[in-house]
Design a protein around this ligand. Structure first.
Ligand code: SF4
Ligand code: SF4
Length: 175
């Protein structure tokens, strides 16, 4: 590490991002009551896993009812289908508005995987609580200060761009 460079461990940036998103939610009221918490439902015969940020698996290793499975170079956590806010993975705290890496820095965009599941994606961030949008933006900036978490955000960004292109090709959007 070069002189003067601040050391930030991945777990620190992930933990701080989780704290930033501990209280805020996409809407001021519980949006799960509007849609029946569709993002927490698994399809029949399937288990839905959430991507874990670097070293975030440490939080779930010994948590009853949670399982961690590898998925390529990432790790997924399979949740029990209900959770307390304090146990909620970072990906769920940001859903449906992940931070992405652009040429000019971090920005937040509607999650391509959430379209068709989450009613909030119709309006995008304009329809969400500004405090939530700002907290995800700040969390993304925090995650981008550390090498492993920034690389993770870059991989997420690539995935989002691939899905966007695919949706465009299939005629789902014009822009
Ligand atoms: S699917 Fe969207 S509206 Fe429903 S609980 Fe999840 S984030 Fe909220
Ligand atoms: S971890 Fe919690 S918020 Fe995330 S999908 Fe499972 S029950 Fe829903």
């Amino acid at each position: 590490m070069g002189e003067g460079r601040k050391e930030v461990r991945s777990m620190d940036s992930v933990r701080k991002a989780k704290i930033l998103l501990a209280e805020v939610t996409p809407l001021k009221q519980d949006c799960g009551r509007v849609c029946g918490a569709r993002c927490c439902e698994s399809l029949e015969g399937e288990e839905t896993g959430m991507l874990l940020f670097p070293e975030e698996e440490d939080d779930y290793e010994n948590l009853e009812g949670w399982r961690i499975i590898p998925a390529g170079r990432e790790m997924l956590v399979i949740c029990p289908g209900r959770c307390s806010r304090e146990d909620r993975p970072l990906a769920c705290r940001m859903f449906p508005l992940p931070p992405v890496v652009t040429e000019t820095g971090i920005t937040v965009r509607t999650d391509e995987r959430a379209r068709g599941i989450c009613p909030l994606t119709r309006q995008g961030k304009k329809g969400m609580d500004p405090a939530f949008v700002a907290a995800v933006q700040r969390a993304g900036e925090l995650l981008a200060t550390e090498e492993a978490t920034k690389a993770f955000l870059e991989r997420l960004t690539e995935e989002q761009e691939d899905l966007h292109r695919l949706r465009k090709q299939l005629g789902g959007i014009r822009g």
